[in-house]
Design a protein around this ligand. Sequence first.
Ligand code: ADP
Ligand code: MG
Length: 437
Amino acid sequence: MNSLQEIWESVLALLGAELTPTAMNTWFSECSVVELSGNQLVIHTPSEFKRDIIVQRYAETISRALSDLFSAEMSLLVLAGEEIEEYREKRTVDDPFGIVVGDYTFDNFVVGPTNRIAHAAALAVSKNPGWVYNPLLIYGNSGLGKTHLLLAIGQYIHENFPEKKIIYIKGDDFTNDMVHSIQTHTQSEFREKYRTADLLLMDDIQFIAGKQQTQEEWFHTFNALYESHKAIVLTSDRPPMEMKTLEDRIRSRLEGGMLADVQPPDLETRMAITRNKAQLLGMVLPGDVVEFIAENITSNIRQLEGVVKRLTAYREILGEEITVESVRRAIKDVIRVGAYVPTADIIITETARYFGLEEEHLRGQSRAKEVATPRQVAMYLCRNLTNISLEDIGAQFGNRNHSTVLSSIRKIEKLVKTDSNTANIIRDITSNINSKS
Ligand code: ADP
Ligand code: MG
């Protein structure tokens, strides 16, 4: 199970098997998942009426589905409308950082050749925040430990410098927070909040690129903190020079700090991580099993962890000795479940966002070039990232027929091979889509 969104989608899939599409649509289309906190999944719906229905009719089924997924007793909390603000505020008071750090500590971070520099820089910042490697940007693909390091820094500083004010925020939440402050005329509170931080941890800053007003605000926040030697640590799925829509002045600020990448771990590190994750779950795995897992799951640590979690559940259900054979069966399953397949909706949303268009443009009939090429890109991505048929892809884009869809896809396929600009665009959007997993 990779992300909150995936957990929620599995729950919806289970519900979908029991409810009619109309019921699903009526009660759940506006629902979003907020967080998984301990054994409780928190979701949100704008309407109180819908909340009541969900609680009365579906909470039990959902809790059961969750308990099955996690092999543990799970519950559901449904927030309606503005209750979510209250919930978030309360959470911030309970936990100084506003997030559950859990196992994301330096102690639990396995160091290997592909993350050594990022780890060393993170540790140096923790010991001397604001004065070394400021800002620090850790970048690399999804599932390679960026958030883990970011939170480890927060945890370390929280323990060793308890007076320091720490803010952890995701790039897109920063944007939302800013937009909210504009709507409610609370911009000065917004600024105050960020500019009084001693340590600003911002996760996935690639999401602020391309949003002009957010970049402006971010730049001023950055300068205010930087000039007073406050520590700034950021993560991103790519280096600054590859963030095309990032303003130059921000790019040069980032490049003036410390850049450290994380790459997929080598075999030995993967083995060490597998052992470490098993240990955290109270398991000791036989050597051949550790090796087998590490040899087969190579590119993503999140997935490695998923396999180990699977094994715990497996052991509890079957009560059997964990052998390479039983793991082979478990992995077969995880690889299928673990490979993230985005929906056409997500692909369309991300493609539109990248090109600064509305989704309706892509779904509509306009043949203007500014729209037609992005639409072809979205079709190409649907073909490449999902198993949706050409007919169904056509249906997403204003009922275009099978042959139009095919020729659009062919056109982009050809461009990807011959034009590096197109290849980069495809890679960037794919990366945005995958980071929604
Ligand atoms: P990212 O933010 O790069 O997408 P995360 O930091 O969320 O990735 O890491 C995904 C999972 O892999 C987390 O559960 C994290 O604890 C684990 N992980 C990543 N790198 C390491 C490491 N070097 N040692 C131990 N666990 C790791
Ligand atoms: Mg992350």
